[in-house]
Design a protein around this ligand. Structure first.
Ligand code: PEP
Ligand code: MG
Length: 862
């Protein structure tokens, strides 16, 4: 087995084996771009390392030949004090995981070699700057020492000298830093080969550090892939003012604008840009300073974008006026940029519509539904940084990622404020509405990660003084404490005090273009789950083709109505109950009529009452007393009724069609309300298309009892009104037994459609309570027992298997049966792909996910 590849031996299609970074380095080498020589240890070797479990490198791994090849290529020698080869040792997984794994730079230094460098180059400052970087990184990454004491050393020297910037540090200062670092960690091996072994091991290990594991679980990257290791000759950006380092994008990764864009730090090393320690300069300044280098870089980015047919993210270093390409990859981008780039590349003829559609990260498209700041809103500006990731967010400020997570779990919207973010902050960034950092450029970790998450971010707000210890943020004269509210605008970089009015970006022209492509390609219809006329109108604007689920109980929860509902539930005897049902019927008719009007001409599926009756009743003695007073009934009547309806496990209890079985009059009332609403709209010249759906069915026998009752009530009302409206009746498949007997269910007279309730189906197939599973699902994911939350994304194996079986049975029996899904999965991209493959007729999802579902359905068919 080949474990080590030279750059001349690989290509861009070998990402699984060589990692993304390595594969692209090979490709750039093939294209004759100036790439420092390197070798790559395969991802398989990383897996081998974990399998062997000795804590040492796999015995069969031999890279001496490759090291020799680099030596020959560079004319330098690893460990030779008078002509030393230094290398970088960098991780590189098959999928990009920016900043999550480890890297050691400038490896191959020791006291003697540093002396040698000084002797041969005469550049003492460079030698010690490089040495202290190496000592620091090796101690941190390979030996896992705390970073803080190292930072402390530099801070105290700067303080003593009254300087702020690294650039102001002189040779003697870096020498002192290096000496101090050696005291802090006297155990860095001085043998370069031993250093190399340690660094390779550290990169392997970093595949399984906490943040990498977390990142993989957020991004659905399999744990089984492993990382490659890239060992590459160093190019030095920190030698003198003729050197520098930078990051560039072939188009703007934030807005998508087709303009070469990037940042650059003179006399600095690569990690300085990414870590956001200094705020870099725009590339235009490099163009002014070194036009030749800029031109060369410009040519390469154009070439790479054409070659890869996608926006490129490039890392480069300039060493004494010579350009070196250190990395290229398809660039991470915001939702807005993704859409603009896709549309532009179709216009430029670089991509077909189908290809471009497949590039759209569907799950980030809710960015367009989230608000941007209303330009007319009143606002108090308190600061400005870089527009690192667009969108606008308002929230309470928090200073640590843990606080962000805790507050978000309590339902609070927070803005995470950091001096700079590090990869350890990722869970806090995920929890926050937006991120504000004092340091770091457009390509800093915070910016890159926020863009990947579609999260709004302002970085490099240099006026911000962030004191995470005392939890204070100072912006000029304004001093803010933890939990004070601010608003940030990631599209302009501005920071405002308090809440600022926002508005939707859904009208974005490019976004509409992408939706148009999706609509043309998709086979699935996209309906919505909506319970009010407002939601119906909203969803229709977003492209919903009807309502697949109107949860009728939501109409009874309205404050003015709940008392009629309660009166009905505690009624003594049928006569009294019917009287209250009549009032409820009026309310229901009104609402349904409003919804039908908003969805005129499109199907509106009204589902019969689902929750157990006790959910409508109060439980505390005080509330029961007040209900008794309102109804003019004795306290004991209310109390007894509550007690009678109490259930140990209501989710599996007296709900859904079971209510219809016991209280047929409730179902009749609802059927009448639907028919009356339809009749009224029809008479008003509209085109109502209501449907009635029976929930939580477990056997065809239930339907045989209930469906005729619905039909009779509907017929009576329509006859009375003298109008003809077709009101199809269908049922939900949300219990395993219903799926097992789907043929009998669709074979029931009067049943015309089935809709999978994947929330309850997931609950009952897994036996996970949908209201409680959150307590352990996270732990299941961490331990690799679940790749994702099955309540969010359909479990194709288990739940999906049952669904496919049910569809097969249903379609064999009744090929015409309409098949839909109305659980939460209806708006989740991977699940939509599954529903497409399983030949569903429609998905129904919440209004704000309608565009996501449209795009996903288009992608599934593209
Ligand atoms: C379902 O169970 O998937 C469903 C849509 O119904 P509800 O969420 O109302 O139980
Ligand atoms: Mg359900």
């Amino acid at each position: 087995r080949k474990r080590v590849y030279l750059l001349s031996e690989g290509n861009k299609d070998m990402k699984m084996l060589l990692g993304g970074k390595g594969a692209n380095l090979c490709e750039m080498t093939k294209l004759n771009l100036p790439v420092p020589p390197a070798f790559i240890i395969t991802t398989e070797t990383c897996l081998e390392y974990f399998e062997e479990g000795t804590g040492d490198l796999p015995a069969a791994l031999d890279y001496e030949f490759a090291l020799k090849a680099i030596e020959e290529d560079t004319g330098k020698k690893f460990g030779d004090p008078l002509n030393p080869l230094l290398v970088s040792v960098r991780s590189g997984a098959p999928a990009s995981m920016p900043g999550m794994m480890d890297t050691v730079l400038n490896l191959g230094l020791n006291d003697e070699i540093v002396e040698g460098i000084i002797k041969t180059t005469g550049n003492e400052r460079f030698a010690y700057d490089t040495y202290r970087r190496f000592l620091n990184m090796y101690s941190d990454v390979v030996m896992d020492l705390d970073k803080e004491p190292f930072e402390e050393v530099i801070t105290s020297i700067k303080k003593r000298k009254g300087i702020k910037l690294d650039l102001e540090m002189e040779a003697a200062d870096w020498k002192e830093v290096a000496e101090e670092f050696k005291k802090l960690n006297p155990n860095v091996p001085s043998d370069p080969r031993e250093q190399l072994r340690g660094a390779i091991l550290a990169v392997f290990r970093s595949w399984n550090n906490d943040r990498a594991i977390r990142y993989r679980s957020y991004n659905n990257i399999p744990d089984e892939w492993g990382t490659a290791v890239n060992v590459q000759a160093m190019a030095y950006g920190n030698m003198n003012d003729g050197c520098g380092t930078g990051v560039a994008f072939s188009r703007n990764p934030s807005t998508g604008e087709n303009k070469f864009f990037g940042e650059f730090l003179p006399n600095a090393a690569g990690e300085d840009v990414v870590a956001g320690i200094r705020t870099p300069q725009p590339l235009e300044e490099m163009a002014a300073k070194w036009p030749g280098v800029y031109e060369e870089l410009y040519k390469y980015q154009e070439q790479l974008e054409k070659y890869y047919c996608d926006m490129q993210d490039i890392e480069f270093t300039v060493e004494n006026g010579r350009l070196y390409m250190l990395q290229c990859r398809n660039g991470k981008r915001t939702a807005k940029a993704a859409v603009k780039i896709a549309v532009d590349m179709v216009k430029e003829g670089a991509l077909t519509e189908a290809e471009a559609l497949l590039r759209i990260p569907a799950n980030q498209m809710d960015f367009f539904l989230h608000p941007t700041l209303d330009p007319k809103a009143q606002k108090t500006r308190i600061g400005e940084g870089l527009p690192a990731s667009p969108g606008a967010a308002t929230g309470k400020i928090v200073f640590t990622p843990d606080d962000a997570e805790v507050m978000a779990n309590m339902g609070e919207e927070v803005i995470l404020v950091r001096k700079e973010t590090t990869p350890e902050d990722i869970h806090g960034m995920k929890s926050a509405e937006g991120v504000l950092t004092a340091l770091g450029g457009m390509t800093s970790h915070a910016a890159v990660v926020a863009r990947g998450m579609g999260k709004c971010c302002v970085s490099g707000c240099t006026a911000a003084e962030v004191d995470a210890k005392s939890k204070v943020l100072k912006l000029g004269d304004v001093e803010l404490k933890e939990h004070d509210v601010i608003t940030i605008d990631g599209s302009t970089g501005e920071v405002y005090l308090g809440t600022v009015e926002r508005r939707s970006a859904a009208e974005d022209e490019d976004f509409q273009t992408v939706l148009g492509w999706a609509d043309q390609m998709r086979k699935l219809k996209v309906l919505t789950n909506a319970d009010t006329p407002d939601q119906a109108a909203q969803a229709r604007k977003l492209g919903a083709q009807g309502i697949g689920l109107c949860r009728s109980e939501h109409m009874f929860f309205e404050p003015e109505r709940i008392s009629s509902m309660r009166a009905m539930i505690v009624a003594e005897g049928k006569g009294e109950r019917l009287q209250h049902l009549e009032t409820l019927s009026l309310f229901q008719r009104e609402d349904i009529s409003g919804i039908l009007k908003e969805m005129d001409g499109l199907p509106v599926t009204v589902r019969l009452l689902d929750p157990p009756l006790h959910e409508f009743l109060p439980h505390s003695p005080d509330e029961m007393q007040s209900l008794a007073d309102t109804l003019g009934k004795p306290f004991s009547v209310v109390k007894d009724r509550v007690k009678q309806l109490q259930e140990v496990n209501p989710m599996l209890g007296f709900r859904g069609c079971r209510l219809s079985v016991v209280y047929p009059e409730i179902t009749e009332m609802q059927a009448r309300a639907v028919a009356r609403a339809a009749a009224a709209n029809k008479k008003a010249g509209l085109d109502p298309k209501p449907e009635i759906m029976v929930p939580v069915v477990s056997s065809a026998k239930e339907l045989r009892l209930i469906v005729p009752r619905i039909e009779a009530a509907v017929k009576e009302e329509l006859d009375k009104a003298g109008v003809d409206v077709k009101i199809p009746i269908g049922t939900m498949l949300e219990l395993p037994r219903a799926c097992e007997t789907a043929d009998q269910i669709v074979g029931t007279d009067g049943v015309e459609f089935i809709s999978f309730g994947t929330n309850d189906l997931t609950q009952t197939v897994w036996g996970f309570s949908r209201d409680d599973a959150i307590r352990f699902i996270g732990r299941y994911q961490e331990q690799g027992l679940l790749d994702f939350d099955p309540f969010a994304r359909i479990d194709e194996e288990g739940v999906g298997g049952l669904i496919n079986m049910a569809i097969e049975k249903a379609r064999t029996k009744q090929p015409e049966t309409k098949v839909g899904i109305c659980g939460e999965h209806g708006g989740e991209p991977n699940s939509v792909q599954f529903f497409h493959s399983s030949n569903f007729d429609y998905v129904s999802c919440s209004p704000f996910r309608v565009p996501i579902a449209r795009i996903s359905a288009g992608q599934a068919a593209a």
